[in-house]
Design a protein around this ligand. Sequence first.
Ligand code: SF4
Ligand code: SF4
Length: 340
Amino acid sequence: MSSLMWYIYDFARKAWASAFTDAKTNPEIAEKPERFRDFPKVNKEFCIGCGACTVSCPSPHAIKIVREMDDESGEGSTYPIINPSSCIRCGFCAEVCPTDPKTLECGLNHLILPEFNLIPSKRQFIVDDYLCIKCKKCLKNCPVDAIGQEDGKIVVDQLKCIYCSDCLDVCPVNGAMKRVFVDNLQDQKELILLCVNYLEDFINSKEDDLRSLEHNGLLQYDVSISEIMDDALKIIPDREVSFEIMSNTVNRLKIRVIDWDKSKCEKCQLCIPDCPTSCISFDDDKDTIVRDKSRCLRCSICYQTCPFSVIKYFMAKFACDDENIHIIVKASNLNEDIVE
Ligand code: SF4
Ligand code: SF4
């Protein structure tokens, strides 16, 4: 055997060389290390369309939000789609997504720590009596005796529970012990949307400040939590839970704010066909351009299309303490945000 052939033969015999070829032909046998970050998986049913993921993404064409057509069964849903050839798997989108469960998941991404979960201290464990086989393993393993039996059913005493998850770990039936956040996930989505819409409306109400803001200038505002709390309590009546959802949402939220200065509009209508949700139209009777804000995804395509600087766009970040939401708004342009 020539020495070259011998080297190739020896190379192919190495354990890691065969592991590599096996993994290539049979990907399911490849073990992913703990730090491995997958492409984000999209759970579209949880999306509230806040747009925070598109704002956080550092890759220009990796993520966009789409909106399905409305039909007779109701409003089309809004959710992100990921372009795998542009996504760099940084996981920023999953990190900022305020919903819980997350709309975007990045596998065992070391950046997505449990504390990013929305309301960790308010997890509740409940037993699904339909699936429970009454083996009582949870009851025996609970370190604080929070689980007992009532009328033949296994029940968790929520006041004693310390949310350790031991019951979930020992339960032999998938789904019999459930970990839930609040009774109604839809309520949680509604509350998050309430915060996002309130904050966007608040910033939009500062129209004069926004329009006079210098390029790359900053605006700072404080909003009292009590301003939102009354409406929040109508959705989730528990003040502590509502506050926790609100503060966790607000602390990781970034939103793009679109401002339309109609006084500058020359009615060229170039923005109308470019809007991906058809939320811009021309009202012939009133001879003016109209934007349906409820359908706007804050994608800022109109900002890029408009030749007359009618549309400006701003980035807003938030931080929450016990009493106030602190807001910082930055005048910006899209290209700078892409490289930020
Ligand atoms: S993982 Fe990073 S690059 Fe990929 S879509 Fe999410 S934010 Fe964009
Ligand atoms: S960040 Fe907002 S728009 Fe993006 S996936 Fe999460 S909820 Fe949907």
